[in-house]
Design a protein around this ligand. Structure first.
Ligand SMILES: *Cc1c(COP(=O)(O)O)cnc(C)c1O
Length: 380
């Protein structure tokens, strides 16, 4: 990626830098590849990044959105998304969030438990509405990803166990104010192999047969997101392989005539368009190590501390042809505030600019005020 380094020199660090052109070409690719299958519809999983400019670019591209809180629903409405393209998931929906979604008449609740279903039915009744719901089913598929971003195993808190689906469907039939429109799944994030998605298709095919024996025809199947990104060589793979991802579903999922297939992609849409830009404060010599101390830390980008994730580190302004080993760390009072150990980087010094790449998803949005630090701003 070609960074506007001379512009960066004039700006206070740290900040998130977003590449509008890469975001737009990623969205174009998604739209083009999904259009090969007229019944495929893509929603953007808003929790990956809600920068207002980013949301508005996504909105203009025509994608729908997938929210996991009432605040996200508000952000999407403010960005101009049509409520008919908003779906809402989450294991713990508060009453005000459910009422907001009913009042705005969003497309669908992705319901994760029977008690939630009962509350939605009650609130919808009080408001004189009928809620469209999809049941989030936990398909017990191992996504082979970090345990904090695996969501489709029985031991995870998400969704309704497959075994319980028949009784939940019978329960829905007794609720006057909810209409079952689909089944919803999301098995995890940062999946780099298609096999778990193929296993998910097998599960869905079986479940659809079962559901139909109970006299239910579903309008939509929603398979969530999860497609991963290349964090190690982002310039080789700036846009994930959406063609393969969609083709795999087209090949393995037995959709019924007229049925829609919905996707909720977060990371794969916005990951590569963002970088966290930082300055080197100090190069500190240890006994056996050299520390590159940045002015950005885990409060700005928590993925390394939270998931042992690694973001490619690039020194943008060093002119040295010589390399050296550095532990790249932040200024925060936690030992987990480390972006990389023994990184082989050009020899750098105080004031050099550093990019932490592939930080567009789950970066800025997970930033905190820890140590009274401000949330880093966006630069487009
Ligand atoms: C987080 C999430 C997504 C998006 O996941 P990505 O891995 O970022 O594509 C989709 N659906 C639900 C329900 C989620 O919680």
């Amino acid at each position: 990626m070609n960074f506007p380094v001379s512009k960066f020199r004039t700006l206070q660090t740290p900040f998130y830098y977003y590449d509008r052109r890469l975001l737009e070409s990623t969205l174009d690719t998604i739209n083009r590849e999904a259009a090969c299958y007229p019944h495929f519809h893509v929603h953007y999983a808003v929790k990956a990044n809600v920068d207002p400019t980013l949301l508005s670019i996504v909105q203009q591209s025509g994608l729908g959105c997938d929210c996991v809180s009432g605040w996200e629903i508000e952000a999407c409405l403010n960005a101009g998304f049509n409520p008919a393209k908003i779906v809402y998931a989450g294991v713990g929906k508060s009453d005000w969030e459910i009422k907001l979604a009913l009042e705005k008449d969003i497309a669908c609740f992705n319901v994760e438990s029977v008690p939630e279903l009962e509350v939605i039915d009650q609130l919808a009744g009080e408001m004189g509405r009928k809620a469209r719901v999809a049941l989030r089913v936990n398909p017990n598929v191992d996504a082979h990803t970090h345990k904090y971003i695996t969501t489709g195993l029985s031991e995870n808190k998400f969704g309704i166990a497959m075994e319980l689906l028949p009784e939940v469907i019978d329960r829905i039939k007794t609720l006057a104010n909810v209409e079952l429109t689909g089944l919803h799944f999301h098995i995890g994030s940062q999946l780099l192999e298609l096999d778990p998605f193929t296993m998910l298709c097998d599960r869905i095919n079986k479940l659809q047969d079962e559901v139909e024996t109970r006299g239910i025809r579903l309008k939509t199947i929603n398979v969530g997101g999860g497609l991963g990104c290349d964090y190690e060589t982002p310039d080789d793979n700036p846009i994930p392989d959406f063609a393969d991802f969609f083709a795999n579903y087209a090949a393995h999922l037995k959709l019924r005539a007229g049925q829609e297939l919905h996707f909720e992609l977060g990371r794969s849409v916005v990951c590569q368009c963002g970088s966290l830009i930082s300055r080197i404060l100090y190069i500190k010599e240890g006994v056996n190590k050299k520390f590159m101390i940045l002015d950005a830390g885990m409060s700005d980008l928590i993925r390394p501390a939270l998931y042992q994730a690694h973001h490619k580190i690039e020194v943008l302004t060093s002119t040295s042809a010589e390399l050296s080993r550095y532990d790249v760390v932040g200024p925060i009072c936690e030992s987990s505030d480390c972006f990389g150990e023994n990184e082989l980087l050009p020899i750098a010094s105080r004031g050099d600019l550093v990019a932490l790449r592939s930080a567009g998803a789950y970066g800025q949005i997970m930033a905190s005020n820890y140590n009274c630090r401000p949330i880093p701003p966006s630069v487009w």
